[in-house]
Design a protein around this ligand. Structure first.
Ligand SMILES: [Zn+2]
Length: 696
């Protein structure tokens, strides 16, 4: 939940609010089987635009033809050459396992995930169940007689695996003592992708708010409201969610560990929001006993108290009815499903049509039971040789980062030693977990999808609650094996690369090293640099939030990160369109990711030079008309070729800590002089500027 993992990319495809399935496709022709997407070439000169000047716009040069010839498929909002196409391929391979397990399971494990998948595919059973599963919850909500009853009601909903919104509660590592796992509570409660959607007074957001209200009205009407009741309920939800949005700390501020660390005793927390029965909630929800907890956003809870005092009980009932219906919408009959897609998929993100049912259900099963379905997938798609090659590459990159730290012009020797000590304590996790999570306690029915979704939600909650007061499991993973992504965790101080990303085009045993260093090499360097970005650098080698830089070094560091933040704030995420002004990137929201991109590009290049040197070669040698240095940068860029809908680009600019592909490429190369040299650019051209930023 509040885990501070820093990934290579955010939910690239998943539309906000549509977490596990996006399509009805209720009458899908089951005789036509999906086709296997092809493997993607690691280096492809045919996707380049050779008429573009690499010194002026390298992204256009490396990706121009790809962008022209690969429009966004109608079931996507963002289509990236490497990430999306590999994701489709991995998901297809996963589907084959799921389909086989659903038809003819070999053991209990396969039966469990096969049944989960089958229940998701069984749309006639979903139609037959109708709205009844949510109606049962609504009866409990209707029975609420006073505000004091909110606490036991939220416990009840949580015990049933029903989303209730309001706030987030779970167990996480203590930011200042990462060996301890403590209770944490924080802001939540809104449905739109960010607080800005409720409170920014622009024409675009006014329109979205009006459309959101209409969407809620339609959903309430589907559930049986008269038009008047639906309008009243939607208005009440909007009022409560807007107040919650106003009480929230911004995404950018939440990146600062200092601002999300506030240890309270249970008694003091109770004083912060006395109208909610916290003691009862903590006692009944099935978590162990605790005396103190981290309240990541105290202001949210004092405002919540005012909201409990100020809003009539009927509004709270509407809010909880909404949260439960919206939260389970994708497991409901087609009418709900379609309306949910119409707003969250189409209106909000620009998606033309839902994904095919088999795609949704494969992803849903991966999210629910990832470490069960992943076992088979790893056997088939991640040979031991790939793991050995990765171990070697990671070791090479770590060596280069140590050299880079040692050579930094702005850092004192004292702080360099501390940085090197932190780096030496990195743990590397590659491919898949050593121990698989045990899901055997989850009851899965072949004909009750919504019940399965709820059972998994309860399992996930209890899995987190069970950590309270226990030692940290250092071998735990936060991503399933087929995932095309990677992450660094500041509290674990570890870098994690699922088997899903250790595939072509990121990693290709049959291509020259320059392309692999530009692909997976930069990915590894990116994750390693996260330990030293604006957020990660505030944690030490043990994963504790603690200053290890001298004050002078921290000042120099901040000056350098501010240079990066200002630079990226100048980049356009979406051009002006109609009466909408251009949308710029938020340089502080994306600072950690941009710092990681810049550092990753530098140290992977150093590693390439070193690897070639050992073979008596340099980056100036040519293959197929390009020098090794050029192939490195082109290989790097071709990971990020992408097309986005305007709506998705604007949404990402507010919610995604990652920059869009264009700026991941152009921003990184213009801060790295080796690029200008590799393409013989004139000093002062856009990609080889006289003033550039450098942190690591
Ligand atoms: Zn990242």
């Amino acid at each position: 939940m509040m885990k501070t993992n820093l990934c290579l990319l955010s939910a690239l495809i998943v539309v906000a609010g549509t977490a596990f399935a996006q399509s009805p496709a209720f009458h899908q022709d089951t005789t036509s089987l999906p086709e296997a997407p092809p493997a993607i070439k690691s280096f492809d000169a045919s996707v380049m635009d050779l008429t573009a000047d690499p010194c002026n716009d390298f992204y256009q040069y490396a990706c121009g033809n790809w962008m022209k010839n690969n429009p966004i498929p109608s079931d996507q909002v963002r289509w990236a050459r490497s990430f999306s196409v590999l994701r489709e391929r991995n998901r297809y391979l996963l589907w084959k396992d799921l389909d086989a397990a659903a038809k003819n399971p070999a053991d209990a494990l396969q039966k469990q995930y096969g049944d989960y998948y089958a229940s998701c595919m069984d749309t006639s059973a979903i139609e037959k169940a109708g709205f009844a599963p949510v109606k049962a919850i609504w009866a409990q909500i209707d029975a609420l007689t006073d505000a004091r009853g909110l606490s036991p009601l939220l416990v009840e909903m949580s015990n049933e695996g029903t989303p209730a919104g309001v706030f987030r509660f779970g167990v996480e590592q203590d930011e200042k003592d990462s060996s301890k796992q403590i209770a944490q509570i924080g802001q939540g409660g809104i449905t739109l992708p960010d607080r800005d959607y409720y409170i920014v007074d622009s024409k675009r957001f006014q329109t979205i708010r009006a459309e959101y209200l209409e969407h809620m009205k339609k959903m309430f009407a589907l559930a049986g409201d008269t038009p008047d009741e639906a309008a009243k309920e939607a208005g009440a939800v909007m009022e409560i969610e807007t107040a919650m949005a106003n009480a929230q700390t911004s995404r950018t501020e939440m990146r600062d560990p200092e601002k999300r660390y506030h240890i309270y005793t249970v008694a003091d927390f109770d004083n912060l929001a006395p109208l909610f029965d916290w003691a009862g909630y903590f006692k009944e929800i099935g978590i162990g006993r605790f005396d103190t907890l981290n309240v990541s956003t105290p202001l949210f809870f004092s405002e919540l108290n005012k909201l409990i005092a100020g809003e009539p009980l009927s509004s709270w009932k509407s809010y909880l009815r909404w949260q439960s219906m919206h939260g389970l919408a994708q497991a409901l009959p087609a009418a709900f499903f379609d309306e949910n897609f119409a707003f969250f998929g189409h209106t909000l993100s620009g998606q033309q049509e839902p994904e095919a049912r088999w795609k949704q259900c494969s992803s849903a099963t991966d999210r629910a039971l990832g470490e069960a379905v992943g076992q088979e997938w790893v056997k088939e798609n991640f040979p031991p040789a790939a793991k050995i090659s990765m171990d070697k590459l990671v070791a090479e990159l770590e060596k280069e980062l140590a050299i880079d730290i040692n050579q930094l012009p702005w850092m004192t020797d004292e702080t360099k030693k501390a940085a090197e000590a932190k780096l030496a304590m990195y743990r590397n996790k590659i491919g898949y977990p050593e121990h698989w999570r045990d899901y055997s306690s989850i009851k899965v029915s072949r004909t009750d999808f919504i019940g399965n979704v709820q059972n998994v939600a309860v399992y996930d909650r209890n899995y987190r609650f069970d950590k309270l007061g226990k030692p940290v499991d250092e071998k735990e993973w936060g991503m399933s094996p087929p995932t095309v992504n990677a992450y660094y965790s500041p509290s674990f101080n570890d870098i994690n690369f699922p088997a899903g990303i250790l595939q072509p085009p990121f990693f290709d045993p049959n291509i020259d090293p320059a392309v692999n260093f530009g692909g997976i090499g930069v990915v590894i360097g990116h994750e390693m640099t996260h330990g030293f970005d604006d957020e990660g650098s505030k944690y030490d080698g043990k994963g504790n939030f603690r200053e290890w830089q001298t004050p002078a070094d921290r000042k120099a560091f901040t000056e350098r990160t501010e240079c990066v933040a200002n630079e990226y704030s100048g980049f356009e995420a979406a051009p002006a369109k109609g009466d909408m002004p251009a949308q710029h990137l938020n340089g502080h929201l994306t600072l950690g990711e941009n710092t990681a991109d810049n550092g990753g590009l530098r140290i992977a290049f150093m590693a390439l030079e070193d690897a070639l040197k050992q073979q008596g070669q340099t980056v100036d040698e040519k293959i197929d008309g390009f020098t090794e240095a050029q192939r490195y940068f082109i290989g790097f860029a071709q990971v990020w070729c992408e097309n986005d809908t305007d709506a998705s680009a604007r949404q990402s600019a507010l919610t995604d800590p990652h920059s869009p592909g264009k700026w991941r490429i152009n921003g990184s190369v213009q801060n790295f002089d080796e690029f200008g040299k590799a393409f013989s650019c004139k000093k002062g051209t856009p990609m080889y500027p006289t003033n550039s930023c450098r942190v690591w």
